[in-house]
Write a protein of this length. Structure first.
Length: 200
């Protein structure tokens, strides 16, 4: 059994913000696998179990707001007896340029409050995470206003391609051994910015 968690904040005012790209990526996964409507349980929107290949999979959008995401994740893990190494957290990352993605199988939260909440709730740093680049905070902007800000028009145009790449990465993690998935996802072709964005 594997669990994929998309991090974000509930409410229409957050829907297209950088902090919600984990939710947007999970929407793409849900559509790809035709998962249908969610159930409201475990303090979140929940899908599953569903098979992806030969793997039984669960999908979760916590509705607790970002800083308490771990509460929802831990409920699912306890009920289904899922070990942390089989939980993939999908979240935004300001340390990566927009359009890049990076898979890590363990590590610190890197200042991300949602990921920190998940790591704290599960009691380990050994939790895989798919980091989706939203770009560094510009000079003159603070972190909160940046991650809760919306994408500019040229990035909105590129979002479908970016989210498609993210869904590919999630599917690879669900169907392959973690080290192999990490090697493929983190290859140069996959982590390069989306073509054209580097000139913006």
């Amino acid at each position: 059994m594997r669990l994929v968690v998309g991090l974000g904040n509930p409410g229409p005012e957050y829907a297209w913000t950088r902090h919600n790209i984990g939710w947007l990526a999970l929407d793409q996964v849900i559509q790809r696998f035709s998962l249908g409507k969610s159930s409201l349980k475990y303090d979140g929107m929940f899908w599953g179990p569903r098979k992806v290949g030969v793997t039984d999979c669960l999908f979760l959008k916590p509705l607790t707001y970002m800083n308490l995401s771990g509460r929802a994740v831990s409920q699912v893990c306890r009920y289904y007896h899922i070990e942390p190494e089989f939980v993939l957290v999908v979240s935004d990352d300001v340390a990566l340029p927009f359009g890049r993605l990076r898979l890590r199988i363990k590590g610190s939260a890197g200042g991300h409050n949602g990921l920190a909440s998940v790591l704290g709730a599960l009691g380990t740093l050994d939790v895989p995470r798919l980091r989706l680049g939203v770009g560094a905070v510009p000079m003159g902007r603070d972190m909160v206003s940046w991650v809760l800000g919306t994408f500019p028009s040229h990035e909105r145009e590129q979002l479908p391609e970016f989210l498609h790449k993210a869904a590919n990465a999630v599917e690879l993690w669900l169907t392959e051994e973690s080290q192999l998935a990490m090697s493929q996802i983190n290859s140069r072709d996959n982590i390069n910015p989306i073509k054209g964005l580097e000139e913006k």
